[in-house]
Write a protein that binds this ligand. Sequence first.
Ligand SMILES: O=C(O)CCC(=O)C(=O)O
Ligand SMILES: [Fe+2]
Length: 286
Amino acid sequence: MVAVGQGSVPGVDVGRYPLDSPGSAGWAAAVAGARAELAAVGCCVLRGFIRPELVETLRSEGEGMAPRAHYTVENVNAYNIPFDAGLPTDHPGRIVLQRGNAFVARDLIPRETLIQRLYTDTRFQRFVADCFGLDELHEYSDPLAGLCLNVVAPGMSHPWHFDTNEFTVSMLTQEPEDGGVFEYCPNIRSRQAENFADVRAVLTGSGERFIRRLALRPGDLQLFQGRFSLHRVAPVHGAVQRHSAIFAYSDSPGLIGTAERTRQLFGRVTPDHLAVGEIRGDRLLD
Ligand SMILES: O=C(O)CCC(=O)C(=O)O
Ligand SMILES: [Fe+2]
């Protein structure tokens, strides 16, 4: 394993992205670039964010934890709402998709791994907050959902969906041999308009005009606004799993998932989740 320098931002190529000197010209330029891309298409990729000599560490740490993922195939829709919600017959929420990705929960990700150290690093958090134009950025209180490894095995996909949270930070840690491309439809809906016909076109395979594809490499950092941009990880092919780290933050403190959703995603809950209904009814993930 390659040692990460003492005092450096864990694994980050600070030559390209000077997270260690907030407010410097290089820092401001990186933030300005990210903001412009986010404003235009709701997505930004910071290429080579992790130092090249640490990309193999990133990959092998992910490979080591991947067997701890909760493997299950769930029938879902793009909105993650119940199928019995009484939707009109042509509503895209009626289209059944199979969610075959699996998450390694935060409490099963060793503390010393690069992704765990990056998630809690205050310089990383400050940089991410600035890119998204947020005054505050908080780690989740949720002991499982705050940081996850998303595992998409060959033959599986993470189907089309909108995110509940307005912004997502992620990093590919292992590339599949083939497939597994991140696809997204920039701002296919807005706060004002659901645009069901367009969403339906994408879900039924006739919405190619809306779709963009990202050629991600391990160690690239992706900033994404998934609330308005329908997105998926296309089916993975070949013998190698696709792994990505999901760094979940919120602009308000104390966020924790519902027991029901937590059980679906991770196959279990913690006492914190069971206490949620009583103490934090206003800060649920769903
Ligand atoms: O793993 C990825 O690249 C995408 C994950 C995603 O869309 C999600 O977790 O909501
Ligand atoms: Fe998503």
